[in-house]
Design a protein around this ligand. Structure first.
Ligand SMILES: C[S@@+](CC[C@H](N)C(=O)[O-])C[C@H]1O[C@@H](n2cnc3c(N)ncnc32)[C@H](O)[C@@H]1O
Length: 189
């Protein structure tokens, strides 16, 4: 429903994503300091909530998602979107000044391959933000935080970012709608 949304359940999941995530989209746009000078890529964009907020901030926006249904929803909002996987982005080298991958990196076949590919399409010094949920072992089984990132997982993700060629990785945390979110922001080198 959330990993590879399709059909009726995918559309229900898309509505849930948009409802739950509005405040987190605004938070990411703030962290990345998006404005009209930016060309922004959202990888694993889902139904496009973050793309809409980034567009409101003035950025020129493009989405990528592996689900054709999510891409259709994004295009319906008049936003450029491509059906592709993070590991093979259909974009030229150095195309973007800012990018995000939010609640999606868990589903990628290869995290390191996806992050290297994302760096390829970033301009040097481009800002990249990876957003995940913190692990909450007390959460109910259906709450995604139950399967969130532990401290060890976050440390491993930082190591992967280093290995993929990112620098100056910083961590921001915020509780949004009862979920503890972690945003790792890095610079593409
Ligand atoms: C939980 S949703 C998050 C959507 C959006 N980022 C948000 O926060 O509202 C995860 C999305 O990642 C997409 N996805 C999963 N694996 C992917 C991959 N390898 N490359 C690109 N998108 C992927 C899914 O199709 C789904 O739309």
């Amino acid at each position: 429903m959330f990993a590879h949304p399709k059909g009726l359940l995918g559309r229900i999941g898309a509505a849930a994503m948009l409802r739950r995530s509005e405040a987190s989209y605004r938070w990411v746009a703030e962290i990345l300091d998006l404005d009209s000078t930016d060309r922004f890529l959202d990888v694993g964009c889902g139904p496009g909530g973050l793309l809409r907020v980034a567009r409101e901030a003035g950025a020129d926006v493009v989405g990528v998602d592996s689900s054709p249904e999510m891409v259709r929803l994004v295009r319906r909002a008049g936003i450029d979107a491509h059906c592709a996987v993070a590991e093979h982005l259909p974009m030229a080298d150095g195309s973007f000044s800012a990018a995000c991958a939010m609640h999606t990196i868990d589903f990628w076949e290869s995290r390191i391959a996806g992050l290297i590919e994302l760096r390829r399409v970033m301009r040097p010094t481009g800002r990249v933000c990876i957003v995940v949920r913190s692990l909450d072992e007390q959460a109910r089984p259906w709450n995604p935080s139950k399967h969130g990132f532990s401290d060890a997982d976050l440390k491993a993700l930082r190591t992967t970012l280093d290995a993929a060629g990112y620098a100056d990785t910083r961590s921001n945390e915020r509780t949004v709608d009862g979920e503890q979110l972690v945003a790792l922001t890095s610079t593409a080198t």
